[in-house]
Design a protein around this ligand. Structure first.
Ligand code: SAH
Length: 358
């Protein structure tokens, strides 16, 4: 039985009928953030009862260890006061809550931190407001709304993968962009005629006709802002996501109910993400320095997840202990999230890199 058309599907089909096929990036934006029917706008998708689970939701250790890394970097830069402590796309606010708990004993850190959460989804913002009922937190919809005259310490886990992508297939005469149209009364992927794309010139070296490359138009201005502020004012950014130094291939994926789904059916009801191209992020953040791209498992190991896991295990028995051990493995083992997920840190020129990163 075909499922009934979603409200967003009806709207997109009408739009395509009126004005022609749309870019994949515009399709993703509508699916994720349409004001009435967007996936993030209308729900809390995280956790066991949601469609997917993220590292901070798997274990408190993720936010604790990255928080201590952040605080050490702040100390290494002379403990500037005040400073901005920001998170992009905080989901339920779990990572920031764990970070704050773990850094309570760092002298001066909390007193100096002005906490800013950048969140586009009203429903997730409501969840975050409950998480931070007793903290002074400022919400923003975009990074440009943050004060730019203070050091910036920023964290982003699984934020960039949710930003819309454009997709180009190499052709002998240029690049064919992925577009979304309607075929047989259903939304379907198609390709625009080949054109020259000057910004993809560097991809002519590592691709052949038929290869697919992806770009993320909204990421560069965000990274430019972060890199510029870190360079001018001090600070650091820790970016964790799935992807690679340079991404290649069609990596668009839809997740619904913890399983892969077709990205073009039932728009607005599945999470759409694509691999993060960390090279593009690092380039856009210049002149801030970037560490080498490091596996999540390696970063967590260097930040002391082994000792922290043992310490937490001492107070646990039975199913809680089992869950804790499973969660530790899930975050770190290469065959689970340990090497699919990568971490990159940005920091000012002439300053030490945050600990734990290459
Ligand atoms: N970092 C969280 C949540 C990841 S899901 C975790 O690890 O659990 C992606 C998050 O980014 C959600 O909070 C989503 O609402 C937010 N988001 C997606 N696109 C955004 C945008 N363009 N601007 C701000 N937030 C966005």
């Amino acid at each position: 039985m075909p499922s009934p058309e979603t409200p967003l599907e009806t709207l997109l089909k009408a739009q395509i009928a009126a004005t022609g096929p749309i870019l994949l990036a515009d399709y993703m934006t509508a699916c994720l953030l349409h004001p009435d029917h967007g996936y993030y706008t209308t729900r809390d998708p995280l956790g066991r009862d949601g469609d997917f689970i993220t590292s901070p939701e798997i274990s408190q250790m993720f936010g604790e260890l990255l928080g201590l890394c952040m605080a050490q970097s702040w100390v290494d830069q002379g403990a500037p006061t005040p400073f901005i402590l920001a998170e992009l796309g905080p989901g339920r606010g779990t990572l920031m809550a764990d970070l704050l708990r773990a850094t309570r004993a760092v002298p001066g850190f909390h007193a100096a931190a002005q906490i800013h959460l950048i969140e586009a989804s009203p429903s997730l913002r409501a969840v975050q407001q409950k998480t931070f009922a007793t903290h002074a937190v400022t919400w923003a919809k975009k990074i440009d709304d943050l004060p730019n005259s203070l050091p910036l310490y920023l964290i982003a886990n699984e934020f960039f993968d949710a930003l819309p992508i454009r997709q180009f297939t190499r052709h002998t005469d240029g690049w064919c962009e992925t577009i979304i149209g309607v075929a047989n009364e259903t939304l379907a992927k198609g390709y625009a005629a080949p054109t020259q794309i000057p910004s993809l010139a560097h991809r002519l070296d590592d691709t052949i006709p038929g290869d697919v490359v992806e770009t993320r138009p909204d990421a560069a201005p965000i990274m430019a802002r972060i890199g510029g502020q870190i360079t001018a004012q001090g600070g650091a950014a820790l970016v964790v996501d799935y992807g690679n130094w340079r991404s290649k291939g069609d990596t668009l994926q839809a997740m619904r109910d913890h399983a892969f789904a077709n990205p073009f059916t039932a728009p607005g009801t599945a999470d759409l993400t694509a691999h993060v191209d960390f090279e593009a992020l690092a380039q856009a953040a210049l002149p801030a320095r970037a560490t080498g791209l490091t596996d999540q498992g390696a970063v967590l190991a260097r930040l002391g997840i082994g000792a922290r896991a043992e310490r937490l295990a001492r107070n646990l028995t039975g199913a809680a202990l089992e869950n804790h051990l499973t969660a530790t493995q899930r975050l770190t083992r290469p065959e689970e999230m340990g090497s699919l997920f990568k971490a990159l840190a940005l920091y000012p020129p002439n300053r030490p890199a945050p600990p734990g990163f290459d």
